[in-house]
Design a protein around this ligand. Sequence first.
Ligand code: HPA
Length: 261
Amino acid sequence: MIESARDFLLDRWRGWKPSVGIVLGSGIQLSGDDFQEVDRVSCAEIPGLPVPSVEGHGGEWTAFDHSGLPVLLLGGRVHLYEGHSLEALTTGIEILASLGCQKVLLTNAAGGIRPGWQPGEVVMIHGHLDFQVGGLITPGGSGDVFDPIWQQQIQEYRRANGFDGFQEGVYAGLPGPTYETPAEVRMLRKLGADLVGMSTVQEARKAKSLGMDVVAFSLVTNAAAGTGEETELNHDEVLQTGRESRDRVLHAVRTALACCR
Ligand code: HPA
């Protein structure tokens, strides 16, 4: 199945191949003159690729030329809470690897657990807790999933361009679909989580296991349940903060891509 998808894309692109694969969180798009579209293909056309349903996730893959760097945006991220299997979640990542892609950049929307992080903060994920597939699992995994060298280059690039480094934190991946209870968030904080969300972890693990370098950013869209003033979280607010903070996430994406040359 992966091979049919790969052959379909290679045939379509006639020599174009991505060096970096990108999966973006809710409401975020790649835009700007530095992202020149090369091709756009519907997920439904790609053999074996699951088709998404959640609002805010476009079901297309878009090939871009980013100042000479070939990048592939995997729109149509699917989630466990939509009823997709673990395999379905990571099919896109497997296709990327089979295309010879070396790097994967992931973003997501997350609840902020670390005190002081406001909605709109973009945080580089330096570690994760995996609660998505029947508790805490690390099959065959040792060492961090996120690439320390690429991360260091990103932080150095930021500082060299006059910015503070990105905040860094631990992302707890939960299955969803509901947001956490305040009690769960207190537990997660005690376990060392700074961020909580429902994506990213399986894609990151799969990418690492296939030999690709991975970096991920969370956009804090809300204070995690029970840590802010809101009594209840809602998906529309998450999407709205996502839209309002698009440029900050795009800036993080550009910084990470600048370190891929
Ligand atoms: N919890 C889980 N996932 C999320 C949140 C949250 O608070 N915000 C955005 N995605």
